[in-house]
Design a protein around this ligand. Sequence first.
Ligand code: ZN
Length: 179
Amino acid sequence: MATATYARPLMRLLDKLERLPGIGPRSAERIAFHLLRASEENARQLAQAVLDVKEQLQFCKTCFNLSEAASCEICKDPSRDPTMLCVVEEPKDVLFIEKTGAYRGLYHVLLGAIAPLDGIGPEMLKTNELLSRVSDGVEREIILATDADKEGEATAAYIAKLLKIAPKARITRLASGIP
Ligand code: ZN
C-alpha cells in the first residue's frame, strides 16, 4: 500500500519552502496551508515580490552591497570618504551602520563569514575582491566590522592577516562588531 502524500503541486511548494533558511517541515506546512487559504491575488503578489528582488536587485560591482544598478548609491556618492573602508558580512549590516548616520566612508560586503562547520571557506566570500580593491596604493583605514560571534571573529582575523600584504592599509577591529 502506498504511503499517503499531498498532491504534487503542494509537495513541490513544501519542498521549496523547506529549503529556506530556518524553515523546517512543520513551518513549511504551516506556510503552505496559509498560502492555500490566501486569495489568488495575495499569492500572486508574494510570487511577484520574490521575482522582483531577483530581477531588480544585483550586487554592486565594487562593494557587493545590494544595488539597483551596477554601482550602488554609496559607491557613487562623491561626498563619501574614500580613505575609510568598513568591512561587513551582509548588506543588512550596511543598512544598520547607515541608520546610525555616524559613518561617512565606503563599505566592502563579504557576503558571508567564514564558517568551516557549514563548509564556508574564505574563498567563498568576497575576500580576494577586497584585497585587490585595497591594493591600489591609496592610504586608507580599514574597519573590520564583522559580527561579534565566532564566525565574525574568525573572518576578521583572516582578513587582518590577508591585508598585511597591503602596506598602506591601517586595520582596526570595531570593538563590538555588529551584534
Ligand atoms: Zn557599492
